[in-house]
Design a protein around this ligand. Sequence first.
Ligand code: 5GP
Length: 118
Amino acid sequence: MTMAYDPDNIFAKILRGEIPSTRVYEDDDTLAFMDIMPRADGHLLVIPKTPCRNLLDASPTQLSAVMATVQKLGHAVMAAFGAEGVTIQQFNEAAGGQEVFHLHFHVLPRHEGVRLRP
Ligand code: 5GP
């Protein structure tokens, strides 16, 4: 069962420009900005511009747009940070580790032998 979307979640406020963020990419359907507590250099978040609580709540159209941006920025962060790989993370509901209830994917540039920060 999917729970309701809260239009006053932090990422909705970032989308509306009500709280600041470091935007790194934007198109008609998606926005990417730096995570405020990066677990790797270049850690960024990709979100749809339309309301969506998490992956369980996403339409095929939202998923397609967000994943296209995740892929594009995966390549971009690898090039920008000289990374050898990229980790994509995504959490659903509090029990699943989700803290902000607007769909987002973490994009984490990775280097051989370097752990993510907690
Ligand atoms: P998750 O819901 O995927 O478990 O975690 C939410 C992520 O959003 C965390 O990595 C956290 O650092 C990030 N975050 C929380 N609040 C803000 C904020 O106000 N601005 C930005 N840029 N990132 C945030």
